[in-house]
Design a protein around this ligand. Sequence first.
Ligand code: NI
Length: 230
Amino acid sequence: MGVRLTWYGHACWLIQGEKVRLLIDPFITDNPQAKVSADELDADYILISHGNFDHVADAAAIAKRSNATIISNLEIVNWFKTNHETEGHALQMGGGFNFPFGRVQLTTATHGSTMPDGSTGGNPAGFLITLEGKLIYNSGDTGLTSDMKLIGERHKVDLAILPIGDNYTMGPEDALYAVGLIKPKLVIPNHYSTWPLIDQDPQAWAEKVKAETTSDCIVLMPGEDFELAD
Ligand code: NI
């Protein structure tokens, strides 16, 4: 088995390797796109990009039930430890750690990171995830930044997961430019059409990516999964 990814809508992903389940930004219960219930999701690790409700809402319940370790920045890991007695591994921007399953490194993102109760969630982040020999860059919620150029120069990204929703994050035009900087083999859009405010046409965006960059692009439906091929 290679790396299997499932998109639950918005920015919530399950990434499964041979022996590990990584859940990213669990937002299920109040996510209009989610077709599962949070009770059905299990994880070994939960990666949290920043503190906003639409990225952390179901994290505590899933972490406690499945005994998952939360991987995030120090402020968010400590917030979950204090409020929900969860296990955690804290990183900070630019720092990575070689976990038993592979590597997770935090990348910079331009966004907010306030926790649902108003506490600080430190700085927002994205992730570089190395799993089964694949490198996945999940930018988190962010605007277009020149840091993405460094990621493209420094790494061979197999898959980039980027927001295209506009309003809170990059919109389609900036995200298209970001693809040109990151140069991933494959890109998948997320963080769009959850609510009318961030409605976008992902198929039109995918056509532009294929026509105007060297990257391939696929669009998933919420609940759909796919395997990252060699
Ligand atoms: Ni968000």
